[in-house]
Design a protein around this ligand. Structure first.
Ligand code: GLU
Length: 544
């Protein structure tokens, strides 16, 4: 067989040589040890928590080492592509503060190793496809879907591995005339790799999993589909070589196709990147773990975290605790440090399934927001509101000073309050600071009947002096408490409940509900000062 003639028949317009591609995408000039990493999401409209998880590893490895982190859009599967999906990926990554040094950007590309969308790289893949044909390592296959079905049935019946290989690879040895005839007859073809029939094993050193031993590929797998678009397998090898990736970080679902990739790197004479196959995201169900499912678990979608208003920093901290077993220890030792200072390593990664625990995420988020200054909370919260809750955005823009003061309540001290978990929950929690959103959500304590309430609030208003400091203010509350026959010391009430109508706890709860609408709220004196005298008086008057 004249492979050159075959290559020219299949790719008449391809004139560039592999060397031209090597020259077009030269080795990167980076310091020794610098990692070049990427994520390669498919634009399906669904951005996975797994995309962010792998992004975080790639970003850390690249930026900790002075390397490059880039975004490549893997759009070879047009059946899965959804309008606007590339923009969705880009905006989700930007929401979570993932910074790419190069790659696809909204409406174009940024960087010298592009295009960064696989469909725009067709001519590049074809250079290498032609080269493989010239060397007898790839061939056109005219098997139809129906013929492949028949083969699969036969293989199932014979308990053989499914696929096109060996005797099943019917088009392996077509003559050039047969190929010409098929093409002139308008038959569709795919380009297949010519697999070697062997029982050999290969060994790959995975940076997360250690040494992997697997049977060498013996399949005639597809390199180019009938429309000339490459499969993931071929595209990934060509791209990661030419874009000079040093590490390929991807989910463990790709482990089974690794032998194809190893085969291709070998056939093309290229050095393999370091593979890092990350653990599948799991969740607890009952006492066992199971894979997160797109259908059952909204938390698998990144949009869930955006809509809930989980701050970018919270999700990073959370993923770092999932990713590196020593992160939590480091965080305790370095409570105020930026998480980017944590020395991230692949060796500390678990391979037994990464557990996504939303309660844990919320707890981490409370700490993260708790550590932010009130001004930063305001800024981040506002930018979330502008996208997801415009009414609230307007409100906090109308009262910026009050809002920052409110966000400062309970901060500092050795046991700072941690009321805020997410931006969405902040809109609920903070709503009592604004008359526009204030509602009374909790019931008044039953110890405080209507008569008590009226008496108390009348006396409270009469004695209220907005200038009182906390202790002067509290002394007045105590005096009224006593006058109304309530115990000033809760333990007195506990000892002799019959002697009192209730205790100061009931009184302050009543007051807290009048001012904030709920029994669980920050310090009344502090809150009153954020609200201002008019609002305080009005809210109390409502009970008279
Ligand atoms: N397009 C692949 C995916 O979405 C990316 C795998 C890779 O990063 O190589 O799973």
């Amino acid at each position: 067989m004249d492979y050159n003639a075959l290559a020219n028949l299949l790719f008449p317009d391809v004139t560039a040589q592999p060397e031209d591609m090597e020259n077009r995408f030269p080795q990167r000039e980076l310091p020794a040890g610098a990692c070049v990493t990427r994520i390669g999401p498919s634009p399906t409209g669904f951005v996975h928590l797994g995309n962010l998880y792998n992004a975080l590893i790639g970003e850390r490895l690249a930026h900790q080492s002075g390397g490059v982190f880039y975004l490549r859009i893997e759009d070879t599967d047009n059946k899965r592509e959804v309008e606007g999906a590339v923009e969705t990926v880009i905006s989700a990554m930007s929401y979570f503060g993932v910074n790419f040094d190069e790659g696809a950007v909204s409406g174009g590309d940024n960087g010298n190793y592009g295009p960064y969308r696989q469909r725009q790289r067709e001519e590049i893949y074809h250079v290498f496809a032609k080269h493989l044909v010239q060397r007898g390592l790839a061939y056109p296959c005219f098997l139809t879907a129906e013929e492949i079905d028949v083969i699969r049935e036969k293989q199932t019946a014979n308990k053989e591995n499914p696929g096109i290989y060996g005797e099943y690879a019917a088009c392996r040895d077509l003559s050039i005339d047969q190929v010409k005839e098929n093409i002139s007859a308008g038959k569709e073809w795919v380009l297949r790799y010519r697999g070697v029939q062997t029982d050999e094993y290969i060994a790959v050193e995975d940076a997360v999993r250690g040494k992997l031993e697997m049977p060498r590929n013996n399949m005639d797998f597809v390199l180019l589909k009938s429309d000339g678009i490459p499969t993931y397998h071929f595209a990934h090898v060509v791209d990661d070589h030419l874009m000079r990736s040093t590490h390929v970080i991807r989910g463990e679902e790709w482990l089974s196709s690794l032998p194809m990739h190893v085969e291709l790197f070998g056939a093309l004479g290229w050095e393999m990147p370091i593979y890092c196959h990350t653990a599948t995201l799991m969740k607890m169900e009952g006492t066992g773990k199971r894979k997160l499912s797109k259908r059952k678990d909204p938390e698998l979608a990144l949009s869930y975290y955006q809509q809930e208003g989980i701050s970018a920093d919270s999700i990073w901290e959370f993923l770092l605790t999932v990713l590196n077993s020593n992160f939590e220890e480091w965080r305790i030792a370095n409570p105020d440090a930026d998480y980017r200072d944590f020395p991230y390593t692949l060796e500390k990664m678990s391979i037994s399934g990464a557990l996504v625990d939303l309660d844990k995420l919320r707890n981490i988020s409370k700490d993260v927001i708790g550590r932010m200054t009130a001004e930063n909370v305001y800024k981040n919260w506002l930018s979330w509101c502008e996208e997801y809750d415009q009414t609230f955005a307007e409100l906090i823009k109308k009262y910026p000073e009050r809002t920052v003061a409110a966000l400062n309540v309970g901060k500092g001290g050795n046991k700072p309050r941690k009321d805020l978990e997410t931006w969405k929950q902040a809109c609920v929690f903070m709503s009592f600071y604004y008359d526009e959103t204030f509602t009374v959500a909790d019931e008044m304590p039953e110890e405080c009947d209507e008569e008590t309430r009226k008496l108390f609030f009348a006396k409270y208003l009469e004695s209220y002096d907005h200038a009182d400091d906390s202790s002067a203010w509290f002394d007045k509350v105590k005096t009224i408490t006593d006058e109304l026959g309530f115990a000033v010391k809760p333990k007195d009430y506990k000892k002799n409940p019959d002697q009192f109508k209730g205790s100061i706890v009931h009184i302050t709860n009543m007051l807290r509900i009048a001012l904030t609408g709920r029994a669980n709220a920050p310090d009344i004196h502090e809150v009153s000062h954020v609200l201002g005298e008019d609002i305080v008086r009005n809210r109390i008057k409502n009970w008279l």
